[in-house]
Ligand binder design. Sequence first.
Ligand SMILES: NC(=O)c1ccc[n+]([C@@H]2O[C@H](COP(=O)([O-])OP(=O)(O)OC[C@H]3O[C@@H](n4cnc5c(N)ncnc54)[C@H](O)[C@@H]3O)[C@@H](O)[C@H]2O)c1
Length: 274
Amino acid sequence: MSVWDYSGKRAVIVGCYSGMGEAAARELVRLGAEVHGFDVRPSPVDLASFTTVDLRSPASIDAAVKTLDGDIDVLFNCAGLPGGTFSPADVMKVNFSGMRYWTEQWLPRIRKGGAIASISSTAGFGYLQRMATVLELLATPDFDAASAWVEAHPDIVTQGYSFSKEAISVWTMLMGTRTIKQGVRINCICPGPTQTPMMGDFEKAASAKVVDVFVQPINRRSTPVEQAYPLIFLNSDAASFVNGHVLNVDGGFVGGVLTGQIDVRESIAKAMTG
Ligand SMILES: NC(=O)c1ccc[n+]([C@@H]2O[C@H](COP(=O)([O-])OP(=O)(O)OC[C@H]3O[C@@H](n4cnc5c(N)ncnc54)[C@H](O)[C@@H]3O)[C@@H](O)[C@H]2O)c1
């Protein structure tokens, strides 16, 4: 069997109604995986099964996880909410605390050699500067404790989106040392601006010109499937030594920022006045 092969693999994917998750589900089916989809809205992809789940609710997660019997090979966490349109509490629940709880429910059922891949964002690229604060949130033992932490720290959480993405990236690194003890890898991607239904919310919150500050230096937005491919790679056997990794899939943006070639503040100021 080729290391790229997904035939015969049992995959669970949450967030397969639209965008990157829908693209990933379609590609996984094409690659021969047995794909079980979960979302608040029914997926348009022809899947082995589909179950409704709301990541804002542990009870909904418990009920959804129970609908599928047996073990799985790979878990794809593709659900998310944008900031601004939804409350910070809901954004944090779907993007981080619900996703963490959901993953914990599947973890005992992921076979040795399996893997988990989630979607963070370049919007969370400040996680290195805020490591201690993010680790405080990650130290919360469960969903309710995370919600209480979020409620107690509105100044840090703000609209929820960037902070939730910082949390996913750091949680991925933290969990890499733990899940690997049962032979399961965990990684995430940080996409740059991608043309999905969520893009409309980003443009409403920040304007298309400000969003496009983040497409430097490639100077175009990603398509959903350009994010699905690296996500699928991370959960494949081809990535068997990749663990606890935060993979930028951003056309070179973060590289440009870290080497001082892209000045984000200056670019945003220019986009807002130009
Ligand atoms: N589009 C971008 O530019 C961009 C950039 C970086 C990261 N991301 C992240 O990529 C991921 C996928 O987003 P997308 O851009 O494909 O947008 P999208 O809106 O098309 O996809 C989000 C998916 O999450 C599902 N979802 C929303 N609320 C849910 C809930 N309560 N429970 C279960 N599922 C729920 C939606 O139904 C949808 O299928 C998100 O985590 C998003 O934050 C997006």
